[in-house]
Ligand binder design. Structure first.
Ligand SMILES: *[C@@H]1O[C@H](CO)[C@@H](O)[C@H](O)[C@H]1NC(C)=O
Ligand SMILES: *[C@@H]1O[C@H](CO)[C@@H](O)[C@H](O)[C@H]1NC(C)=O
Length: 190
């Protein structure tokens, strides 16, 4: 019902050739996704502290060799659910006129989404089918969900992915190496 009235609202706004700045709503959705990803990913992979001494290893599934189809699969399913929720919420938000001055700015939103993508790209990069036999199959289920959110973000905040693309120039190599992210790479413009 809420979704339908938002769509109707977007249509009315569109009919008058005007859009409204919905960046605050978009930012909330992307920030919630970022929190969910930060919760799921460190459980899967390990993080090395980049500054300070000595490097700290977070005891996680991968570091303590308990990464299995079951343990990783649960987190991948959580990620898919989080991306699907974000896609639906973004689709239910009126297309934003955006702003380069009012917070959250277009860049603010893109930077948070870039963090989501960096986590997804590098956080899963240590896993292979040797450790987790169905890993590639799991990523193939995650890929369309991540691509859908990316495409919907670029629709609800037109052009938001352009900055994400630039910020992913380095990290996209992880997605390429894993070999199971064709839709996400395309959605990011690679
Ligand atoms: C491995 O790490 C996970 C995530 O922190 C934890 O739930 C699990 O109990 C750990 N297993 C062992 C054997 O340390
Ligand atoms: C995102 O949207 C912009 C502007 O609407 C468009 O030019 C671009 O091709 C879209 N896709 C990507 C990957 O940037």
């Amino acid at each position: 019902m809420l979704f339908r009235s938002l769509v109707a609202f977007a249509a009315i706004v569109g009919a008058f050739g005007q859009t409204t700045n919905t960046n605050a709503a978009i930012s909330d959705i992307v920030s919630n996704l970022d929190v969910a990803v930060h919760h799921a990913i460190p459980t899967i992979s390990f993080r090395r502290k980049t500054h300070g001494d000595p490097p700290l290893l977070k005891v996680t599934l991968q570091a303590n060799h308990t990464a299995t189809d079951g343990t990783v699969g649960t987190q991948v399913n959580n990620l898919i659910a989080s991306f699907n929720s974000a896609t639906a919420a973004l689709a239910g938000t009126a297309v934003s006129s955006g702003s380069t001055t009012d917070r959250p700015t277009n860049d603010d939103v893109s930077i948070v989404f870039s963090d989501v993508m960096q986590q997804v790209a590098s956080g899963l990069s240590g896993l292979t089918d040797t450790v987790v036999p169905t890993f590639t199959a799991m990523i193939s289920r995650l890929d369309p969900a991540v691509a859908a959110t990316t495409n919907q973000l670029n629709t609800t905040l037109p052009g938001a992915v352009i900055l994400v693309h630039r910020m992913m120039l380095d990290a996209q190599q992880f997605l390429v190496r894993e070999g199971a992210w064709p839709q996400t790479l395309a959605a990011l413009g690679f």
